[in-house]
Write a protein that binds this ligand. Structure first.
Ligand code: HEM
Length: 409
């Protein structure tokens, strides 16, 4: 099967196709860690990996496992250029190409550069919450009003693209992380191609503008970047980089914020955490472990390899279940408990090794700022009674919407 969204190639395993199962996949993970910690699923032509140590190895041992879907035995190139653009980004390239690409934008996402944005982030959250309060009467949807628009506006600011285009960004990002399995799989894959092409055109004109007239923004840096041999970053890679940055940090951060609110509600923590940003920062790490916004990542075996008791062939595809690794009882005490002040852990919520999330400092700051404002500004905050629907993706994990109620501000 080919797909515009190489991570989306991983169709849902049978056990998780039901939306309710995907909302709470953790019992299934536990069974698999015991009964079939490394297992081949013929219906998806992929190996699933569930235990912490195995998952960590699969995502970080670059010599044995590649991020490049092009080396998969069953890889079928799509005709459209959009797929190549995405596959040529750091997320799908192994070292040394990976390192060259990551170096282009690395500095902009380091903790120090990110910390300078904190005042602007606080201002933004306050404005969004003011708008939510003004437009609604005691109830609002956390995703629509804060958790979605906030990270999009932030990355749009960093890149230097008009935040007014954010409705369009949402359409593109949602389409690109959507699962391409199931009845509507082909239609979704087609939609993904369209989104990639539209995004490509959108960024092409911005990159051309910035080459002629560089500004103090990240698109200008990408548009004028040179690689270590002095050659310019090829246009296809510059476009892919912009697209990756726009997609990677949106729905993931949205879900970190909403997953945190669900964890806090379920453990009656709103009052306890309000006003204590350090405690909120610690709690966010536990959310990244307990309800990780990215539950799974794909790799391809570069050589024949034995994992657990299974023999995996070169070119085989593996799905490393970060969400299961994070609940592994061999690694974490009381692994199925949300412990709000748990000592720092080696959770895999942002991955591990070479491909460790570039945006981790930014996502952590965004979540801390958003959650502390949310908990401080409302009295009687609660999640409204509702049926939750999971995010339509087979690797990004969270809910489509989360209505909140409050009694005062
Ligand atoms: C990589 C999760 C936010 C940009 C990753 C990986 C994970 C992840 C698990 C590893 C992928 C792999 O090993 O194959 C998350 C989560 C986020 C988040 C849970 C929010 C809570 C962001 C943000 C940005 C970003 C805000 C930037 C704008 C990236 C990039 C990579 C990446 C560029 C690829 C890094 C590389 O290949 O070297 N992210 N991410 N992410 N993330 Fe994030």
């Amino acid at each position: 099967m080919s797909s515009a969204n190489p991570q989306g190639i991983q169709a849902f395993p049978d056990a998780l196709t039901d939306p309710d199962a995907w909302l709470e996949p953790f019992d299934w993970y536990r069974e698999m860690r015991t009964d079939a910690p490394v297992r081949y699923d013929p219906s998806r032509n992929a190996w699933d990996v569930f235990r912490y140590e195995d998952v960590k190895r699969v995502i970080s041992d670059n010599e044995t496992f590649s991020v490049n879907p092009r080396i998969a035995a069953d890889f079928e190139p799509a005709d459209e250029a959009g797929q190549d653009m995405i596959l040529d980004t750091m997320l799908f390239q192994d070292p040394p190409r990976h390192d060259e690409l990551r170096d282009v934008v690395d500095e902009a996402f380091r903790a120090r550069a990110v910390a300078e944005r904190e005042p602007r982030l606080r201002e933004l959250v306050d404005t969004l919450l003011d708008e939510a309060i003004a437009a609604n009467d005691g109830e609002f949807d956390l995703v629509d009003e804060l958790a979605y628009p906030f990270p999009v506006i932030v990355i749009a600011d960093i890149l230097g693209v008009p935040a007014d285009d954010r409705a369009q960004f949402r359409e593109w990002s949602d389409s690109l992380v959507a699962a391409t399995s199931g009845e509507s799989g082909d239609a979704i894959a087609e939609q993904q191609q369209e989104s990639l092409q539209e995004m490509g055109m959108y960024f092409l004109s911005l990159i051309q503008d910035r080459r002629e007239d560089p500004q103090d923004d990240l698109i200008s840096r990408i548009a004028t970047a040179e690689l270590s041999d002095g050659t310019p970053l090829p246009q296809q890679e510059a476009l892919g980089m912009c697209m990756l940055l726009l997609i990677a940090g949106n729905i993931t951060t949205t879900n970190l914020i909403t997953n945190a609110v669900r964890c806090f509600e379920n453990n009656d923590l709103f009052d306890e955490l309000a006003g204590d940003e350090d405690a909120i920062g610690t709690a966010i790490e536990e959310v990244l472990r307990y309800r990780a916004p990215v539950q799974a990542m794909t790799r391809i075996a570069r050589t024949d390899v034995t994992l657990g008791e299974e023999s995996i062939d070169e070119g085989d595809r593996l799905v490393a279940w970060l969400g299961s690794a994070n609940r592994d009882e061999q690694k974490f005490d009381e692994s199925d408990q949300f412990i709000v002040d748990r000592e720092p852990t080696e959770h895999l919520g942002f991955g591990h090794g070479t491909h460790y999330c570039l945006g981790a400092p930014l996502a952590r700051l965004e979540a801390r700022v958003a959650l502390s404002a949310l908990l401080s500004r409302f009295d009687g905050l609660a999640v409204a009674e509702t049926d939750l629907s999971p995010t339509r993706s087979s690797f990004v994990y969270g809910v489509e919407s989360l209505p909140l109620q409050y009694s005062g501000t």
